[in-house]
Design a protein around this ligand. Structure first.
Ligand code: AMP
Length: 434
């Protein structure tokens, strides 16, 4: 008989074995974020649909096809969050965080939901860890953001990471560039995919996101004698060019490897200046591990005062896939003490275990089976030390301690147990066995 219930399509359970890697990665990321002065923020898993519709752009795939939109019992129009930035900016405004000092450095982690077509590295529920630096327009904020982004990957053991960077200028620059792009593609307009033809009308920059092989051939200049594609970075005005130059100089000064990717554009109006992204080829089609950029128009679009911001988000599921394929195991399980009782001493086992648990991970046989079965369980659970409460020893105030790595065992007085265990477990601490 088939299982009656399974995790919904595009979702999955993360089991304890796999989570060791996640917990390790989240811990390291948190450390890096804290060293950069970021504080955590937790926002709701669902928000007003309108918040995302406005910030992700009505014409974007996320809004048009991928949003988990629903009405609650009072008919409120809500959506499961597809990303974190909109919620963080909403919270920033709602709690007047601009008044608490100009700069806010916030990070978040948690599940995001998008109704996409599931495949390797692409889920309907996936997790992101992200950071937002709100209130500073200067290029150093972009540089620090990219450094933070890279340092998280480096903490996870990613080496020689190359970040793709670009400048998307300002909305005015993009409008002019969009016209130039439209004119450049005009001769092949009829040969473009239907999606791209439509995008060319509404928002020409989004044609650059096309994955259609025919479109890609035109865009990469492999076809039809179009000449080189006009580049947004060549259309920057003086102030946007100064920002772009400063960002690159800052990355150079930090020794961060980057490639300029003129095709890395985000079509939405509130994006400005720096855009960046990192990929890992081992993931195939869904290769983006994370990305970010500056969004100086976003908070204003939400009804706030014009407030600059820059941020990124990293897709944890994909990063963990890559790490698991490379054999990264994550946190080692804690060393464990297993206490074995005999018939006459079994009732002393749980009190001793409870005392040990003040300092160590400690376990015992909940079913109080025979000594051999208990010893076998201790081995199976990977115990580092086993404490045996032998009947005779216990009467003398002693216990037998076995070092499972070396296989040696020793009888010690109860008072000497903490010291003996500390040596075996490689820890220091106090434990009082009553
Ligand atoms: P985005 O918010 O679209 O810029 O995505 C940021 C990162 O989240 C991407 O680089 C991916 O690593 C990850 N991501 C986005 N969508 C998905 C998805 N459906 N499944 C898994 N990871 C995703």
């Amino acid at each position: 008989m088939g299982l009656r219930f399974q995790a919904p399509r595009g979702t999955r359970d993360l089991l304890p074995g796999e989570l060791r890697l996640w917990q390790w990665a989240e811990r390291l990321a948190r450390e890096v974020l804290e060293h950069y002065g970021y504080a955590e923020i937790r926002t709701p898993l669902f928000e007003d649909y309108e918040l995302f519709a406005r910030t992700s752009g009505e014409s974007s795939d996320v809004v048009q096809k991928e949003m988990y939109r629903f009405k609650d019992l009072k008919g409120r129009d809500l959506a499961l969050r597809p990303e974190g930035t909109a919620s963080v900016c909403r919270a920033y405004l709602e709690h007047s965080m601009s008044g608490q000092g100009r700069l806010q450095k916030l990070w978040y982690a948690g599940p995001m939901m998008r109704y996409g077509r599931p495949q390797k590295g692409r889920y309907r529920q996936f997790s992101q860890i992200g950071a937002e630096c709100i209130g500073v327009a200067a290029p150093d904020a972009d540089i620090e953001m990219i450094a933070l982004f890279v340092d998280i990957f480096e903490a996870w053991g990613f080496e020689s990471l190359t970040v793709a960077v670009n400048s998307v200028g300002t909305p005015e620059i993009r409008r002019a560039y969009g016209e130039a792009l439209r004119a450049w593609l005009e001769p092949v307009r009829e040969m473009l995919s239907a999606d791209s033809r439509q995008r060319l009308e509404v928002n020409p920059l989004r044609v650059l996101d096309s994955k259609d092989p025919g479109d890609v051939a035109f865009l990469t200049g492999k076809d039809a004698g179009l000449g080189p594609m006009p580049r947004l970075i060549d259309s920057l005005d003086r102030s946007a060019a100064a920002h772009w130059d400063a960002v690159r100089a800052g990355l150079d000064a930090l020794g961060i490897a980057y490639e300029v990717d003129p095709g890395l554009v985000r079509g939405l109006d509130y994006y400005t200046h720096t855009a960046f992204e990192v990929h890992d080829r081992s993931l195939g089609a869904q290769s983006a591990l994370g990305g970010g950029g500056r969004y100086d128009g976003l908070i204003e679009a939400l009804g706030g005062q014009p407030t600059p911001g820059v941020g990124f988000s990293i897709g944890l599921d994909r990063a963990m896939l890559v790490l698991a394929e490379r054999g990264t195991l994550g946190d080692l399980p804690r060393p464990l003490v297993f206490v074995v009782g005999m018939e006459a001493t079994q009732r002393h086992v749980h009190p001793l275990v409870r005392a040990l648990r003040q300092v160590y991970a400690a376990e015992f046989d909940l079913e109080a089976r025979g000594t051999t079965a208990q010893m076998r369980t201790a081995g199976r659970r990977g115990a580092t030390a086993v404490v045996v409460l032998g009947e005779e020893e216990w009467k003398r105030g002693e216990v037998v301690v076995k070092d499972m790595k070396s296989g040696t065992q020793e009888t010690v007085i109860l008072e000497g147990l903490p010291e003996r265990l500390d040596r075996i477990m490689g820890l220091t601490g106090e434990v009082r066995a009553e």
